[in-house]
Design a protein around this ligand. Structure first.
Ligand code: 13P
Length: 264
């Protein structure tokens, strides 16, 4: 039995808007997303707009069940860190943070242990955290996928003083070669690494593993087959999360998959 199957299964679909939309466009998109994902009770839906939009979008989401996340965070509470945003600033009104996204790692040079500090700081402020991991195309070709994700995970675990509650964090497996390229991992490729991640986490935290999402060119057309894999607990969606209706189709596919898992 897949670990993701709880008594009542549910999946998560999060939309990472990246550096897109003005504030006005973002507010309108958030409204459209709420309409497109309404009445999906088995899916934990979240959107991650740019920092500048978060406060305005918070009130759009009120009462809708759609949760609000930040795309990154710094690990200190306050101080001389020009341009950074701390988890203390988000705590109490924002629901989650994303750390370790491949664009942060590869464009901005973030290192594994820095991702770990962001992870720990988010948890310390009561924010749920999505930890993104994944290999480059060269690393996959060299057969190093498992080693790379193990290293990314272990560096984060090394920063932890106490094991976090399993529902306080989510892992997103995002192969770098699949992000924004239209080259989605096959469901089998994604399932293989997601299952490995769960095994690796279980070896470290004996009481189970958090949800593990897949991210990388997820679309309305391929979401259902990805969610058909036993261990894939949802998706972290980039480009398509900017199109409310298509994002809604992905959420609907997650709802259908959650219901199907109950029947297994
Ligand atoms: P795309 O869905 O655009 O490939 O982006 C995936 C991603 O990076 C989500 O965090």
């Amino acid at each position: 039995m897949a670990e993701s199957r709880h008594a009542t299964a549910s999946l998560m679909v999060a939309g990472n808007w990246k550096m897109n939309t003005t504030v006005d466009e973002g507010v309108a998109l958030a409204r459209a997303v709420c309409v497109a994902v309404a009445a999906k009770e088995r899916v934990d839906v979240a959107i991650l707009p740019p920092f500048t939009h978060l406060w305005a979008i918070r009130s759009v989401l009120e009462g809708t069940g759609v949760r609000l996340g930040a795309q990154d965070v710094y690990w200190k509470d306050s101080g001389a860190f020009t341009g950074e945003i701390s988890p203390a600033m988000l705590a109490g009104w924002c629901d989650l943070t994303l750390v370790g996204h491949s664009e942060r790692r590869h464009i901005f040079g973030e290192r594994n242990h820095e991702v770990g500090k962001k992870f720990v700081a988010s948890l310390a402020h009561g924010l749920q955290v999505i930890l993104a991991v994944g290999e480059t195309s060269d690393e996959r070709d060299d057969g190093r996928t498992f080693d790379v994700v193990n290293r990314q995970l272990d560096a984060v675990f090394a920063e932890l003083e106490i094991p976090p509650a399993m529902d306080a964090w989510v892992i997103a497996y995002e192969p770098v070669w699949a992000i924004g390229t239209g080259r989605t991992a096959t469901p089998e490729q994604a399932q293989e690494v997601v299952a490995h991640i769960k095994q690796h986490v279980r070896a470290r935290f004996l009481d189970g593993s958090p949800r593990v999402l897949y991210g990388g060119s997820v679309t309305a057309a391929n979401a259902a087959s990805l969610f058909g894999e036993a261990d894939i607990d949802g998706a972290l969606v980039g480009g398509v999360s900017l199109r409310a209706e298509e994002f809604g189709v992905i959420v609907a596919a997650a709802e259908t998959a959650a219901c199907a898992r109950d029947l297994d």
